[in-house]
Design a binder for this molecule. Structure first.
Ligand SMILES: [Zn+2]
Ligand SMILES: [Zn+2]
Ligand SMILES: [Zn+2]
Ligand SMILES: [Zn+2]
Length: 352
């Protein structure tokens, strides 16, 4: 991610809604793809103050009313209940009658906006139903049945919500936005990271399997990740939770969970690729590296390793978790090579 500048000269960040120096309202202008100071006009409209842009904008409904977004919508699209280019993918939002859910939703939307930013860097396609896309994308943020003033309250008649992907629809359990819950799950599952952005990057990996591989490139994918039809997903899941992770997983896989089934391996490796692209983009913008997020895979891996080692040590200075793994096994590099090519082909061809 890059940083941006307010019209007063103060730096602005991707998450900002106000400039802390001059107090201007700020938001993401989709016309110049920048976080900018907003000049209020009449009737709740705004003008982008970015030099050379000046677009007439309105706030996304989830910015103006719900306070969980910081994106603007170009006026020509009409407004009132307009959703921005990220919020328009939402199908189910958390029950805002439950204490803390608005904050959890805001955290989920923040991570989702970063996901879309990285997809944009890679020019990866996505769209909603009714648009020209083979697999429409959507998101639901839902909670388990929660104790509520002594009564159990169910959401959508489901007692338990599983974070996952099915046919373009990504569901995330809102408890993942609760830092205590998430860390508990991370320790329980022996993961090196467990983050909201990580969940989005993993689940979108399943989405791109459906969009780019299913029925199009399954044989080539099978050569690299193994046969996704044998064993079946449900057999593999049962086996994984009964037998646990093989001890030598790191020689073949990016994570322990990736051993579960070729689809999980694909999603975990895809998530790592997006981690790497996001970190390289930030490192370049901050002057920490000269490598580009869309260079050769060898250059990307080398730069990610160099930046990762530096940040690992900084994190250790502060008692935080490591950012990057030390070693990428040859088998994992082969999988990344496949994904690198798949992503490059995706933005070069009208496969959707
Ligand atoms: Zn300012
Ligand atoms: Zn603009
Ligand atoms: Zn929005
Ligand atoms: Zn998965």
């Amino acid at each position: 991610m890059q940083t941006f500048n307010c019209r007063c000269g103060n730096p602005l960040f991707f998450e900002n809604t106000h400039c802390l120096a001059c107090g201007s309202e700020v938001g993401w202008c989709p016309a110049c793809t920048t976080i900018v100071a907003l000049e209020p006009l009449l009737n709740g409209e705004y003008r982008c103050t970015h030099p050379g842009c000046g677009s007439a904008l309105v706030k996304c409904y989830n910015y103006a009313v719900e306070n969980v977004c910081n994106r603007m919508v170009v006026m020509s699209k009409g407004y009132g209940d307009t959703l921005c280019d990220c919020c328009r993918y939402n199908k189910v939002i958390p029950d805002l009658g439950i204490n803390g859910n608005r904050e959890r939703w805001a955290a989920l939307e923040g991570a989702k906006r970063r996901l879309f930013h990285t997809l944009g860097l890679l020019k990866l396609p996505h769209g909603i139903g009714g648009e020209n896309i083979r697999v429409p994308l959507s998101f639901s943020f839902m909670a388990d049945a929660l104790p509520d003033h002594g009564l159990w309250r169910s959401t959508d008649n489901q007692e338990k919500v599983y974070t996952g992907h099915a046919n373009g629809h990504i569901t995330i359990n809102v408890k993942e936005a609760d830092a205590v819950e998430r860390e508990r799950l991370r320790v329980d599952m022996n993961e090196s990271h467990r983050t909201l952005i990580g969940h989005f990057r993993h689940e979108i990996g399943h989405y791109y399997w459906d969009l780019l591989v299913k029925g199009l490139d399954e044989n080539a994918c099978r050569q690299v990740f193994g046969d996704h039809n044998n064993p079946t997903y449900s057999d593999a899941l049962e086996h994984y939770y009964q037998q646990g992770t093989p001890a030598n997983w790191a020689s073949q896989f990016i994570s322990a969970y990736a051993t579960m089934h070729p689809w999980e391996d694909f999603a975990e490796t895809f998530a790592f690729y997006l981690d790497m692209v996001a970190v390289l983009d930030t490192a370049l913008n901050m002057g920490l590296s000269h490598a580009k997020h869309d260079g050769t895979l060898d250059d990307m891996l080398l730069a990610f390793h160099q930046v990762g080692m530096a940040v690992n040590e900084l994190n250790r200075d502060m008692g935080l978790l490591d950012l990057a793994p030390y070693v990428i096994a040859p088998a994992v590099r082969k999988k990344l090579t496949y994904l690198h090519q798949l992503i490059q082909n995706a933005n070069a061809s009208p496969y959707a």
